[in-house]
Design a protein around this ligand. Sequence first.
Ligand code: NAP
Length: 496
Amino acid sequence: MAGTGDFAEILDGDVYKYYSDGEWKKSSSGKTVAIINPTTRKTQYKVQACSQAEVNKVMESAKSAQKAWARTPLWKRAELLHKAAAILKEHKAPIAECLVKEIAKPAKDAVSEVVRSGDLVSYTAEEGVRILGEGKFLVSDSFPGNERTKYCLTSKIPLGVILAIPPFNYPVNLAVSKIGPALIAGNSLVLKPPTQGAVSCLHMVHCFHLAGFPKGLISCVTGKGSEIGDFLTMHPGVNCISFTGGDTGIAISKKAGMIPLQMELGGKDACIVLEDADLDLVAANIIKGGFSYSGQRCTAIKVVLVMESVADALVEKVNARVAKLRVGPPEDDCDITPVVTESSANFIEGLVMDAKEKGATFCQEYKRDGNLIWPLLLDNVRPDMRIAWEEPFGPILPVIRINSVEEGIHHCNASNFGLQGCVFTKDINKAVLISDAMETGTVQINSAPARGPDHFPFQGLKDSGIGSQGITNSINMMTKVKSTVINLPSPSYSMG
Ligand code: NAP
């Protein structure tokens, strides 16, 4: 159970502690932040509201711990990460319980998130050993005008202190996707978890504590992003920010100093459906892609662009599947569970009402109870409706009927987002041309958008992000290349 057994030391009364310098601590602020259970809409947990002085202390410890860690052999870093991954998987039940209670993640998906996170950490350890164990050797005479008098040796060195800020929807997985690469590359890491998801993150961090990482190498400061976010992201002790979330990331990018940024932000993933598509496959993918975790996924299908000639048939197939979705509490492993906050539910409702006023066809009745919103397919959506462009982050899916493929590509590319997209057709040649024309970081052919498997490159264009994730790319991003040049007194060419 959460906060008991191995996790008892992270709880003080009914308030979870924060993690600094290898210890679980109470904040001197005396303030706490309540985490509201999206299902009951009552306070489920409380966490410390860390002060600026505590953030300063964490940054100091992170800086000195990193110096020693960078001198720790790669295989030892990997060994500790493997240990943490095993402990994480061993404790999947209490962590999953937190995910159910604080972000209303369906019970089975909550367990999968923890197991996937353990696998990600192990894979990162292995990949790090491979790619950080290699460098480059260059000779000078390949560039015009040079003799072979210089040998250049390059290796990848850590950046220093990495600040990791994940969003609420995959708090554990998107935290470890930053923690693993940071640590294997010899960095220290400061985690600021999302408020909804903080307690899951604190349990996950305790697994790293139990694995025996050095003091100060990993820290976790809790508090509302709106209160401590700017102080953290503009802190002079931070050498790199890895952020996943919404538009907040754009604001952070404008304020951050001259440090590398990894930004994975929102999306409005389009699903383009051609006349020759297998409509049963499309319908199954629209359900999985549009409604899993109630649409609260960055890579959820957020607009369907279907050729008019097959639109009626597709909508009918999707509606038949929508009718089978189980709506209810996450504890019962329902397909559709309450959205994360009341303000999210209100935002989603605003998009629905706008579509209603402007004449969208409601395939189901709009129904809401507290934060629980029943799945809704909106047909005949037009570009003047907000839902055609905005990210609902809820179980509401617009269908726009198109008369040409170009119209679909145009809608996709007119979005300020460019995360992923998908295209359904049996014609692979057409699929590749459409994929090339779509201005998104990834295009899936004949499947819904997805972030995994976690070692695939994952990136967004335009307002969807800066840089690329995926295990290898994240390790590379959290390092810098260092060169050492050996200068010879005279040219030297080795003979065969
Ligand atoms: P969010 O509101 O942007 O919050 C993300 C994180 O930023 C949270 O930890 C939040 O903490 C923190 N934060 C808030 N204000 C901050 C500030 N001023 N400075 C620093 N940090 C601050 O996003 P969300 O609602 O959690 O997640 C939903 C969004 O994430 C969607 O737009 C979704 O598309 C996107 N997302 C993108 C990806 C991707 O990989 N592209 C993956 C998943 C989700 P608090 O919770 O304490 O406010």
